[in-house]
Structures are given as structure tokens and as C-alpha cells.
Design a protein around this ligand. Structure first.
Ligand SMILES: C[S@@+](CC[C@H](N)C(=O)[O-])C[C@H]1O[C@@H](n2cnc3c(N)ncnc32)[C@H](O)[C@@H]1O
Length: 259
């Protein structure tokens, strides 16, 4: 067994143990609830743009993109563009690695990998900053509701040109909206790739934390995932991700397409 295989196998043992640790699970939930009150997810930037995520999920996305090597990432919910920039930068690295393997020079104009972001309200200052970013050539943005038929049609048409697609849903977090997004986009996920549904964690939090939101426990991305998976068993929840992260906004939200 190689040193790396041994490292991974030892790590798996510890992850298996940590997921059974009830005290750690409670501490994690407490950390999440307490940090949420301070908008903790607003604290970070990726290559100069605010990314509204917990750092653990950022690391998990990086691992998934490296593993899957998608050529298109479809994302609903752009906000300041941090997740678009992060995903675009990972795709740029994948293209660089491919070029290095082939021994060719990368021409950015010919690069194929791309991120497609959809947001109902792309504020001018965000759009300008994203368009001025060094990663801009890999980013396409569409303004409109992610569940509007004309937007779904545009996204589906663009997706036709790509072979390996990853999907991330992070827009309006109501049950109805996320379920409609799952019906619209999850099937575009390639076999072996992921549809990541963010903010499923809402289901595990207190009602009063969402008094100013249309979503909350009982009405959120996790309830939508559960309903969707009843009819679409082509996806499996990849629990290994939440078991290692512990702190994640997407428990039961990392959906791997297996068929
Ligand atoms: C949580 S933020 C996205 C954060 C971003 N993914 C990141 O990681 O930095 C949610 C975004 O969803 C957008 N949104 C809300 N309703 C939407 C809808 N119906 N369709 C598309 N986007 C929507 C909001 O305008 C907001 O920018």
C-alpha cells in the first residue's frame, strides 16, 4: 500500500469515528447556530470577491471539482460572484493541467470550461466587478428567475454543448423554488458528477432564526431534496462529504448522480 493510500485509509477511520461522536455533533450544531447570528458566511472572499459560504463547503467544492473535472458548472444564485469566481478559477486550473499534460500552450480564448451563473438580480456593481475579474472569460451570467421557463430553456441550450456538468443550487431557499430548480437542472448533472444543494442546513435550525425569510424548518432546500429524490433515484446523497466536514450548510445536499 502506498503512503498516500495508507494516509487515506487512516483518515477514513477517523472520519468514521468523528461522525459517531455525539458531543462533537452537538458542538457543531451550536457553532453553526451561534455563528449564523453574525452572518458568519459573509466573512470570506475568493480571489477578491465576497463568497457567501462556510469555508468547509468551499474546500469540499474544490475537492469535488478536482475529482469530477467538469467542463460546465451551472450555478443558481450569484450575489457578489465569489462562488462563480472560485469555480471559474478551479476550471482554469483544470484547463492548465490538461494543457500541461498535452504539452501545449493554453490559449484562454479557446478554453472550453465555463461557469454559467443565473441570478434574478445581478446588481450593477457586482456585474461590473465580475466582468472586470481575471476569471471573467470563463463566466457567463444570465439575469432572471432560475425557474422561469425562458431561463431554463437558455440554460438547457447552453448545456447541450458540454459533456461533464456540475450543478449548484444556491438562490431562493424555499421548498417550492428549490424543488422547481431540481426539476429544471438536476437532470443536467452528468453521471459521476454532483448536484449540490446549498442551505439544506435550514431544516436543522430553529424556526426563529428565519423570521425575516420565506424559508425555515419544514420549508427549505432539504425538504425539497427529500421530495425530489423520491421520484429521481438517479441521485445518491454523498454522506461522506458531510461526515468529514461536520460544519456544512449542505447536509444531505451533496447529491451524486449515479445512474
Ligand atoms: C445566497 S446568495 C448566493 C451566494 C453565492 N452562491 C455565493 O456563494 O457567494 C443568493 C442569491 O440568489 C438570488 N436569487 C434569489 N431568488 C432567485 C431566483 N428566483 N432566481 C435566481 N436567483 C435568485 C439572490 O438575488 C442572491 O443573489
Amino acid at each position: 500500500m502506498s503512503e498516500y493510500s495508507k494516509f487515506k485509509s487512516d483518515r477514513a477511520v477517523y472520519i468514521n469515528r468523528q461522525k459517531e461522536d455525539q458531543e462533537l455533533a452537538k458542538t457543531t450544531r451550536d457553532f453553526f447556530s451561534l455563528s449564523f447570528a453574525y452572518n458568519y458566511s459573509y466573512n470570506f472572499e475568493f480571489l477578491g470577491r465576497p463568497i457567501i459560504q462556510y469555508p468547509q463547503d468551499v474546500v469540499a467544492m474544490q475537492e469535488l471539482i478536482w475529482e469530477v473535472k467538469p467542463d460546465l458548472i451551472i450555478e443558481t444564485g450569484i450575489a457578489h460572484g465569489g462562488s462563480l469566481i472560485m469555480n471559474a478559477s478551479m476550471l482554469a486550473l483544470l484547463d492548465m493541467c490538461d494543457a500541461a499534460k498535452l504539452g501545449v500552450t493554453l490559449n484562454p480564448r479557446e478554453s472550453q470550461r465555463m461557469v454559467l451563473g443565473i441570478d434574478i438580480d445581478i446588481r450593477t456593481h457586482n456585474r461590473l466587478a465580475i466582468e472586470a475579474h481575471p476569471m471573467a472569460s470563463r463566466i457567463q451570467m444570465i439575469q432572471g428567475s432560475s425557474i422561469a421557463p425562458e431561463i431554463i430553456a437558455q440554460v438547457t441550450k447552453i448545456a447541450d454543448d458540454y459533456k461533464c456538468i456540475m450543478v449548484c443550487l444556491d438562490s431562493n431557499h424555499t421548498h417550492e423554488h428549490v424543488l422547481a430548480e431540481l426539476h429544471a437542472y438536476a437532470h443536467l448533472t452528468s453521471i459521476g458528477s454532483y448536484c449540490v444543494v446549498f442551505d439544506t442546513v435550514v431544516e436543522e435550525m430553529h424556526d426563529d432564526m428565519f423570521s425575516n425569510r420565506p424559508w425555515g424548518p419544514g420549508n427549505n432546500p432539504m425538504t425539497a431534496v427529500r421530495e425530489y429524490l423520491k421520484d429521481f433515484p438517479k441521485f445518491e446523497i454523498d454522506k461522506t462529504i458531510q461526515h468529514k466536514l461536520l460544519i456544512t450548510v449542505a447536509p444531505d445536499g451533496y447529491l451524486k448522480r449515479v445512474a
